[in-house]
Design a protein around this ligand. Structure first.
Ligand code: AMP
Ligand code: GLY
Length: 426
């Protein structure tokens, strides 16, 4: 069958790479794709937000399965549009994707159904926000979250009341995030370990992916601003069988069941960002899509056919699949542009890719890249995801860092401690 992948990050390159290996995939397209996806798929110059253009393309080319990577087209309703036209697509509907698209909806949903999460209040005006902050009921630090999508920048941990008021003002008054900041969530700060818990749901039942640990901070030692993710390993060192069962019973199963009951049947990837606190797991956020970079080390470990798994979810028969994973750990180090996530240059020439790829067992997934003739250039903040999977984590990371050392572009930056366990934040 012909398969279309929507998106242009490392996640989409990993999806395209794995999907292209399936005997079911006769031809793979990626829209718009990047410098790496064109090695395993045909790039189509359509933006991920051009829903009508993507649906026209899928209809014209007889695409039999479309797989959506990023959250923005999902929250815009790409799945609804494709289904209206009788086109098969993997991902949640617009209503189901609201679990990621609106933090207010997600928090109130969890509250309604007693899904464990931090205590919170919603404010839709600055005076109301100031009142909540002045009450001191959540103590400090405190977390302020813009309601809507803000490209991972809408969550701010504030150490003092002054900082929290300033942040609330930026969102509610100065409209730093536009309509995404019309309402905010004010939330208690949770301490513990973060775990990404990701499942494929067919609307009723789920198939869990192997666990992963993301490293969100920009610099070594978990210093610097939060990013989309600077690297990940699978499995997460904090995942145990007991925790797995607890998260399935208290978070995942109730979320999928209650979304169905509320008329928001969730088909696609449900990703719970969790803080494992002293009192047990608490949901920091839900995402309605595969993680990035988590998908990269996860798919490196997947031995089953991804097309069969995704198709089973679309056809509402996810349990039919017996999913097999490699027992070996895997890792991914994100190579980023200097200055990411704040300000960075683009258009730098990347060298050493072939030398790095020569190391047996190394997979390099592209994110912010493009080719001009035979030259690979940077086009974004996160540029590459360098992955491997060996018998143990130390060997895996050594191989990845060997590969990273062979790659070069001006001002490139990557964390040197991916896979290490950090001190808990206090
Ligand atoms: P979110 O997009 O809601 O997952 O937030 C992004 C990041 O902010 C998370 O991965 C955490 O590192 C941090 N964060 C969010 N909510 C909280 C919270 N209530 N307590 C502590 N850290 C948080
Ligand atoms: N790596 C975090 C995310 O995909 O949201």
């Amino acid at each position: 069958m012909k398969i279309l992948i929507v998106g242009s990050g490392g996640r989409e390159h990993a999806l395209a790479w794995k999907i292209a290996q399936s005997p079911h995939a006769d031809k793979v397209y990626c829209a718009p794709g990047n410098g790496g996806t064109r090695l395993v798929a045909e790039n189509v110059p359509l933006a991920e937000t051009d829903i009508a253009g993507l649906a026209d393309f899928a209809a014209r080319e007889n695409i039999e399965l479309t797989v959506v990577g990023p959250e923005v087209p999902l929250t815009m309703g790409i799945v609804d549009e494709f289904e209206k036209r009788g086109l098969r697509i993997f991902g949640p509907s617009k209503k189901a994707a609201e679990i990621e698209g609106s933090k207010v909806f997600a928090k109130q949903f969890m509250d309604r159904h007693r899904i464990p999460t931090g205590r919170f209040k919603v404010a839709d005006g600055f005076d109301q926000a100031k009142k909540i902050l002045a009450s001191g009921e959540f103590g400090y630090p405190i977390v302020i979250k813009a309601d809507g999508l803000a490209a991972g920048k809408g969550v701010v941990v504030c150490s003092s009341q002054k900082k929290a008021e300033d942040t609330a003002g930026e969102m509610l008054v100065q409209k730093k995030f536009g309509p995404a900041g019309r309402r905010i969530v004010i939330e208690e700060f949770l301490r513990g370990r973060e775990v990404s818990f990701i499942v494929i749901s067919d609307g009723m039942r789920v198939q869990p992916l192997v666990s992963a640990m993301d490293h969100k901070a920009a610099y070594d030692g978990d210093k610097g601003p939060n990013t989309g993710g600077m690297g990940a390993i699978s499995p997460s060192p904090f995942m145990t069988e007991k925790l797995f069962n607890e998260v399935m019973n208290t978070v995942i199963t109730p979320a999928v069941t209650r979304l169905l009951e509320e008329g928001r049947k969730f088909k696609g990837v449900l990703y719970a960002g969790l803080m494992i606190t002293e009192k047990g797991p608490r949901v920091l956020e839900f995402n309605a899509r595969f993680g990035d970079p988590e998908t990269q080390p996860q798919l490196v470990r997947l031995e089953s056919d991804l097309v069969e798994l995704l198709t089973a979810a679309v056809d509402e028969n996810v349990l039919r699949e017996d999913v097999r994973w490699s027992a070996k750990p895997s890792g991914c180090v994100v190579v980023a542009s200097g200055g990411y996530p704040v300000r960075y240059d683009k258009g730098k020439t990347i060298s050493g890719l072939a030398e790095a790829a020569e190391i047996p067992g190394v997979n390099i997934f592209h994110a912010g890249t493009k080719y001009e003739n035979d030259t690979c250039l940077t086009t974004g903040g996160r540029v590459l995801g360098v992955c491997a999977s060996e018998d143990n984590l130390a060997g895996t990371m050594a191989k990845i860092y060997d590969a990273c050392g062979r790659i070069h572009f001006e001002a490139m930056h990557y964390r040197c401690d991916i896979g290490a366990i950090q001190e808990e934040r206090t």
